[in-house]
Design a protein around this ligand. Structure first.
Ligand SMILES: N[C@@H](CCC(=O)N[C@@H](CS)C(=O)NCC(=O)O)C(=O)O
Length: 213
């Protein structure tokens, strides 16, 4: 088994942290990024949609999408449960995992990809052979989106210790990856979000948080 990985990428960290929380031996890790934070041509030849993470099984089967990969591991290794133990808990894990990805990670990516020089003409991932220009107006729009996201999770974390309730799940993993990505991009948790700060401190102290960076 092999995980095609980009150490910097928040979507790869979602999978690495999940594997650590499961207590599994990390499968083979293959770094796909070469010079200039660009995907290696050999990876693009193998996987033309040009995005990571990708999991490769021993029989050569490959699939992508962080959520698909963690679901696969959860089926194979049900304990400790990270995706929800009952129909209702699974609904809550999904409900609170999605904004971490759709709003937190994607919103921050909008900021990073439109601001950083290294992403010049690479403003969207998955276009290895054509230029995607940066749009400076998207930097502030991305920040707006992330601030709305932080206020949204503040509401949930004001009432619950963890994202999906009273225990740690994959919803915490994706949201931690999102908040850390936003901090990397120069944003901060606003004062009006004390519960996000409280939760961020608690989940950051887990060994899997440091080990997955
Ligand atoms: N929906 C995908 C998103 C994957 C994605 O956006 N991956 C980014 C890294 S976080 C990527 O592969 N970027 C390649 C590039 O920038 O060239 C998932 O959840 O796994």
């Amino acid at each position: 088994m092999k995980l095609y990985n980009w150490q910097f990428a928040p979507n790869c960290r979602r999978v690495r942290m999940f594997i650590l929380e499961k207590g599994l031996d990390l499968p083979g890790i293959s770094e796909v990024i070469g010079d200039g934070m660009k995907l290696q041509p050999s990876f693009i030849d193998m996987w033309p949609s040009a995005m990571v993470p990708v999991l490769e099984l021993d029989d050569g089967t490959r699939f992508s999408e962080a959520l698909a990969i963690v679901k696969y591991f959860e089926e194979l290794h049900p304990e400790p449960n990270l995706l929800g133990a009952t129909p209702l808990e699974r609904a809550f894990v999904t409900m609170w995992e999605r904004p971490g990805y759709d709003e937190g990670i994607v919103g921050t990516a909008e900021v990073v990809r439109n601001a950083m020089e290294v992403f010049h003409d690479r403003a969207l991932p998955g276009f290895p052979n054509e230029a995607v220009v940066q749009i400076p107006a998207l930097i502030n729009r991305g920040k707006q989106r992330v601030m709305r996201y932080l206020r949204k999770i503040e509401g949930q974390l004001g009432k619950n210790r963890f994202m999906a309730g009273d225990r740690f799940t994959f919803a915490d993993i994706t949201n931690l990856c999102a908040v850390d990505f936003a901090l990397f991009a120069g944003m901060s948790i606003p004062q009006e979000c004390p519960s996000v700060t409280r939760w961020h401190k608690e989940v950051s102290a887990r060994p899997s948080a440091a080990a997955s960076v």
